[in-house]
Write a new protein. Structure first.
Length: 60
């Protein structure tokens, strides 16, 4: 179960970082470096990447 959680966290982290890198800054709430730093440094069991996908990206 721990390995599955680590894989889940890693996949979400990578997906969030790729999205942050390729998405224009005007489509992100907050700063790109701030989100990237939070995704990398906070061990959150997927909470930070999910927060980015739910609240950090602008719709439209």
């Amino acid at each position: 179960m721990i390995i599955a959680g680590a894989v889940f966290e890693g996949v979400l982290d990578i997906a969030a970082l790729v999205d942050i890198k390729h998405r224009p800054a005007d489509q992100i709430r907050g700063s790109k470096p701030g989100w990237a730093t939070a995704v990398v440094l906070v061990n959150s069991v997927g909470v930070v990447p999910l927060a980015y996908f739910l609240f950090g990206r602008r719709r439209g």
